[in-house]
Each structure stands twice: as structure tokens, then as C-alpha cells.
Ligand binder design. Sequence first.
Ligand code: NAI
Ligand code: MG
Length: 365
Amino acid sequence: MANPSLLILPGDGIGPEVMAQVRRVIDWFGANKDLVFDVSEDLVGGAAYDKHGTPLHDDTMAKAQEVDAVLLGAVGGPKYDDLDFAVKPERGLLRLRKEMDLFSNLRPAQCFDALADFSSLKKDVVAGLDIMIVRELTSGVYFGEPRGIHKEGNERVGVNTQRYTESEIARVARSAFELAKRRGNKVCSMEKANVMESGILWRDVVQEIHDAEYPEVELSHMYADNGAMQLVRAPKQFDVIVTDNLFGDVLSDCAAMLTGSLGMLPSASLGLPMGNGRPKALYEPVHGSAPDITGQGKANPIACILSFAMALRYSFDEGANADLLEGAVQKVLADGVRTADLMGPEGGTPVSTGEMGDAILAALD
Ligand code: NAI
Ligand code: MG
């Protein structure tokens, strides 16, 4: 069988710095676990604009459609802030998500024991937390028509439209139920069916998919505003949360911060299964290109390394290897190894990006 294929797009700012550490991890799995990837690397964002005048070259887009998974660092930076909208670095990322039709965005919120003190919440509220937010990513109010700003009489009116089709809801619901089967077997669906028709349809379709295809998974429904309260009050009641694009944007950021630093947060964006049964997939850290620390060896590579762990789990069905890699990260944190973003009030000496990579490789060994 052919080796699984990975397209690596380091991007801008700290993207290449954190991705360099992921490359070492990938090489470790090749050398020690017989898990050899066909890795190709290309440009995205400002780096692609500098070379090609576009934030994503057509050849790169075509390559992304062919590979088993894409791993992206980060895009953007002050150098590109004044570019036209159409060629801004972010457009490269948006094009990838859109053309690969990555409708299911997975954002884990996991509390590493060693960092429980780091949370803004009480330690016992977050210790052991492990939840997954599934956000619909390609429809809803960010895309619905009509939209725009127009004049009515003497004043301006801003319009956006929340619109969901049954099939759009059904596919993201399936993605959440499939995930739940591999985790705690529990899904909570969040909308505002009390005030939005699209929310009524959302609730109905999620329930229908559940009853017809996943009756063994425990399903509950919650209004999204209550969901926000519950997330900060008692987040451990949840396993998988599935919600629309707008609520998911807000709730996933809220859930993410339960557990600490942006430098720790991975994500996955999945589409429909390809011919080989694997979903189209893009993995990336949640953080951006961090221009304030670029080139200083301060970036925490863990978010990007954990994004690769998600790739192992969801694209390559390598749950054991994903566990191994996540375990290595746990160990390193428990040993007190910290990049600057993870330094608590008690202080200490932070390690560099490369030293964090060294420690994780040592823990893997
Ligand atoms: P950012 O995530 O780049 O940085 C926010 C803060 O977190 C900064 O102080 C940064 O130093 C810190 N930080 C982020 N990642 C870190 C890491 N791995 N280790 C240690 N510290 C880390 O967000 P910001 O500053 O709003 O945006 C900077 C640029 O990144 C902008 O051009 C923005 O458009 C772009 N961006 C790109 C994203 C992507 O590629 N998906 C997402 C968010 C922003
Ligand atoms: Mg957001």
C-alpha cells in the first residue's frame, strides 16, 4: 500500500517555526513506528503572495485536494495588512476550507493536568476536562443571502441571513455522532430554537439523524445562551457539542480558553469522505502568525504538534499513535517544561521552541 500523504503549508510568522518541530515528530514516527508519510511542502498566505502574487497558488490547491491530509501553520502578518482583500493571506486559508468543503470544524478543549492552575476557572472545575466542539463551518449566517448594507429612508440597514438546509445540518450532525462513538458517546446540540426557525430545523434534523442512525448515542439539546453559561459553570458535563457556524465560533473560543494558552490549541476541519474512506481534512493550530514573537524562538509548538496528533487520530486511524503523542506532551508538561506563554506567576526559565521539540521527542523515546 502507498504511504499516507501529507501536504505541509507552514505559512507565515511563527508558522514555519512551529512546523519545523512537527517535521521532527513526523520523522520520529517514520523512524520508530514504521509510519512513513509522503510529505510535500508548499506555500500559503503571505509567503505564497510574495512568490506568486496570490495567497494560494492553483497548483497548491490541486495538491491539497489530492493528499490524505493538509497540515497548516498560520497565515498573515503586518507586512500584508494593506493588501487588497482578494489577495490577503487569510484568503488562502478560506479558499482551502471552501474548495475542500470542510464543513465540520473540530475544536477540542482539553485540560492538561499540569496546566489546571493556568485556567481562569477553579482547578476542580477544569481538571480532567476533555470536550470537543463541532462547529458547522461552511454555511449559516456568515454565508447566507441576502446580505449587505442598504439604505432605508434616512438610515442604513445591515443585513445578514441565517440559512441552513437539511442536508447541511445532517452532515455535521453525523460528524458529531461519529466522533461521540469514539469518545464518551454523548452529544449536546446547541441552537436557539426558542427564537429562530433555523434553530427549530436544526433541532429537528439532529434528532432525526440520531433516531434513525445513532440511537445508541446519548443526545440532548440546549439553547446556546444556556450552553455558554454551562460551559463556564460545569464544562465537564459535556462530551461532544455540535452547533452552527456563529454559535460555534463564539462557544469554541470560550471553551478553548477554559484550558489556558492559545499556544496549546489544535483544530481539525473535516469534509466528506474521499474514495479511500478518509475525510478531506485540514489540521491547524488555532493561533495566528504571532508577529510579536516571530523569529525569537519563543513560539509554543504544542498547538501545531497536537494538530498533527489529531491528523493521526482522524485521518490515519492511528489512535494508538495519537495517544502516544498526546501522552508525550502530557509528560513534558508534567515535568515542568514550559515555553514563555505557559509561564505562571511563580516564574521560572522558559524553554525555546526547539527545546520544547527536544523534550517532546525525548518523551516519545
Ligand atoms: P495570534 O494568535 O497570532 O497571537 C495572539 C497572541 O498570542 C500574541 O501575543 C502571540 O504572541 C500569542 N501566541 C499565539 N500563538 C502562540 C504560540 N504558538 N506560542 C506562544 N504564543 C503565541 O493572533 P493575532 O495577534 O490576533 O494575529 C496575528 C496575525 O495572525 C494576523 O495577521 C492575523 O490575521 C493572523 N491570524 C491567522 C490565523 C490563522 O492562520 N488561522 C488565526 C488568527 C490570526
Ligand atoms: Mg473566533
